[in-house]
Design a protein around this ligand. Sequence first.
Ligand code: ZN
Ligand code: ZN
Length: 366
Amino acid sequence: MSHLPAMEVPSRLTRLRAAIERAELDCLLVTHLPNIRYLSGFSGSAALLAVTGDAAVLVTDGRYAEQAPAEIESVGADIGVVVSGDRQREEIRAVLRDRGRIGLEGEHVAHAAWLRYCEDWFPGADVRSTSGIVEALREVKDAGEIARIRAACSIADAALAEVRSGLADGPTEAEFRLELDTAMRRRGSPEVSFETIVASGPNAAKPHARPTDRRIVEGDLVVIDFGAMVDGYHSDMTRTVMIGTPSQTQQRMLEVVGEAQSAGVAAVAAGVAAATVDAACRDVIDEAGWAAAFLHGTGHGVGLDIHEAPRVGARSDATLTAGQVVTVEPGVYLPEHGGVRIEDTVVVCDTGAEPLTLAPKLTSVT
Ligand code: ZN
Ligand code: ZN
């Protein structure tokens, strides 16, 4: 993916140090891999990153002896690398010992690990639980990050365009999922963004159904929720395809969710409360009499994690900021008729939203 613009990685450490200070800490041990990747460029599956006011050291194991320094150098991050076999604890202690208040990522450290850090790694130290420090830095994306999410979205668009007509041939949900996932991988997505949802007929009324051996037939609404990945960044899109001619109720569901989704996207702009975007979707669905059939929040941030801040829901206290990437995904689920959900991933701009998922909405196959 060398044609993608570079990301501004080195400044992330500077912003993190300011955030560590604001949190009244002296250092932070970063353990959540997407956070480590964000700060260092390292994409492997095992590492710890210790950050103090004047040092940053990534400790990994022998499998990444070449990859870790190469990735960190390629993004220009000022981070030292220590390759350690079973001396992780000693290496991290060498950086953090006597540094004062040590932050641990409370949302990502399991209880047993927490006890080990406190009792075994940093006995007697002032260890504090932190929440969302690096995640907050990740909310606003730089141009390089948006380019990666955009590239992932276009892989998903193209993959669906390639395989959609196959829905008319009566595949099972699981068979269609395989076709779609394969089409994304063929286009360069090394893995799928999350387990693809293909939910047809009665299954479409369950927002998070897993693909089954149910055969897709005439009269089904098929909810397809899926994403591709580029350089660790996710895409997220849902389209609902009608097989054949919709019933009156299905037609109404398609129209109402389509209108709700457009209203939600139209409400997105910098400075707008995330809850306002949720309300814009919900109002349309409420008015159609289906308030109780919209079973989930309206959306979420997308980036190195498929679900990240900000949350777009009725109880979200977030205010949208230019450069955030969020989804807008209202749905209506009626067990007798099936389900409809439409989801776009959009960039929050100063005056509106720029959709990154561009596949046509409300399509049917016969
Ligand atoms: Zn989705
Ligand atoms: Zn989503």
